[in-house]
Design a protein around this ligand. Structure first.
Ligand code: HEM
Length: 378
């Protein structure tokens, strides 16, 4: 037993020196052209909170709600307690907190703004692989709250939820996590390196594929869209598959995440390569072969998190992926890939979509005095 333990001092009080040099005090800027939390490197913890507007809530109420969320998020993300924060101490560790707000299709109906709803903003069509549960599907508003510390996330979700409680009904909260040394790709709960193929922040590709330029929907310039799919993993039957089977299912190596045709994670998969018997090295049925974009306009940003909840009685686990995709146009970029995977993907034997929601992500708040989503209401 260490000295601190012997003296009966708690871990928090006597924590090792490195506890003080973590990123608890790091902040991500709140104001900007885009909302934070999309281009931002994903931290360890997330909560997605979906809300429905209360009956009778209209345009002015929604503007009021967005003003409150803007003020709360502008403070909390910078390590400042929200107004009337009942636990101001919990705001002291922002830990790279970001708050990202999205609007569901029905918000436009409630506010009388259906003419301004982007054409792609609707629930996804139902796919044969789906087993959607209402408890994780749809919502009028979403908050994506990310931080390096789970306590920070919990505090922010609570503050943001209770400050608007007369205007909304909470529909679901989905918590997730991801762990990876800085600069490395996370692993999902099937053990795979997940998130290799991505769109690098700050690049022309990111501008073109993720951020809206306002060409067809002027108020959305600088915004984006978010698809959130809750995908359950059947880890008990996955356990029965050996390493070769796992690699052929995905098309990448379990150890390094390298494509079966390469040696390093970043190597380009070669979908045309065949072995000496003429059999494709990366099976055409594998997840990467099916998911790979067939043209540039099918690319989107993935920013997923693991989830691991209490199992139902008689079950061993309740785990999966909070699959999150951002793109300028859901119909053009995301939908064709999702349709292809729903038609066939070797991974489908072990994965089941159980939740689904689509949101438009309004642009960022340019400066103090403005509010989130203001461009929609002007
Ligand atoms: C790639 C896992 C669902 C789209 C990958 C990779 C893994 C993976 C391990 C390879 C590494 C990488 O590039 O990230 C999973 C798991 C899923 C899932 C476990 C469900 C639980 C989905 C869904 C979509 C999707 C629903 C889209 C509708 C993609 C794309 C790639 C990819 C576009 C990159 C393909 C490439 O260009 O090589 N996924 N995925 N995935 N996945 Fe998924």
């Amino acid at each position: 037993m260490g000295v601190a333990g012997a003296a009966g001092i708690g871990w928090g009080a006597a924590g090792p020196r490195e506890r003080e040099s973590d990123d608890a005090l790091d902040v991500v800027p709140f104001y900007g052209t885009h909302q934070a939390g999309i281009e931002t490197t994903p931290p360890a913890h997330v909560a997605f909170a979906g809300f429905d507007l209360a009956p009778g809530v209209g345009r002015e109420d929604v503007i009021g709600l967005l003003r409150i969320w803007t003020d709360d998020a502008a403070r909390l993300t910078q390590g400042i307690p929200a107004l009337a924060d009942t636990e101001p101490e919990l705001a002291a560790r922002p830990a790279r907190l970001t708050v990202t707000v999205g609007f569901g299709p029905e918000l436009f109906t409630a506010t009388g703004l259906t003419a301004r709803r982007p054409g792609w903003l609707r629930q996804l069509p139902s796919f044969p692989v789906d087993r959607l549960e209402p408890a994780y599907t749809g919502a009028d508003l979403v908050l994506q709250v990310c931080a390096q510390e789970a306590t920070t996330v919990a505090h922010a979700v609570r503050v943001l939820s209770k400050h608007v409680k007369s205007l909304v009904t909470p529909r679901w909260v989905q918590r997730g996590f991801r762990d990876a040394p800085r600069g490395r790709t996370m692993r999902n709960l099937m053990g795979q390196v997940d998130g290799t193929v991505t769109i690098a922040p700050g690049t022309a590709d990111f501008d073109r594929l993720v951020w809206d330029d306002g060409a067809s929907t002027p108020w959305l310039s600088g915004g984006s869209s978010m698809v959130l799919r809750r995908i359950a993993m059947d880890l008990d039957s996955w356990d029965e598959l050996d390493a070769d089977g796992r690699e052929l299912t995905v098309g990448r190596k379990v150890t390094t995440g390298a494509p079966l045709t390469g040696t390093a994670e970043d190597d380009e998969p070669d979908l045309t390569a065949v072995d000496r018997n003429g059999i494709p090295v990366i099976p055409p049925s594998s997840h990467v072969a099916r998911a790979r974009h067939t043209h540039d306009g099918e690319r989107f940003l993935r920013r997923g998190f693991n989830y691991d909840e209490a199992p139902a009685p008689g079950q061993l686990s309740n785990s999966g992926l909070l699959f999150v995709a951002y793109q300028r146009d859901v119909d053009a970029q995301f939908l064709p890939v999702q349709q292809r995977l729903a038609e066939f993907d070797a991974l489908n034997e072990w994965t089941t979509p159980i939740g689904s929601a689509v949101f438009v992500i309004p642009p960022g708040v340019p400066a103090a005095g403005h509010y989130l989503g203001q461009q929609l209401f002007e």
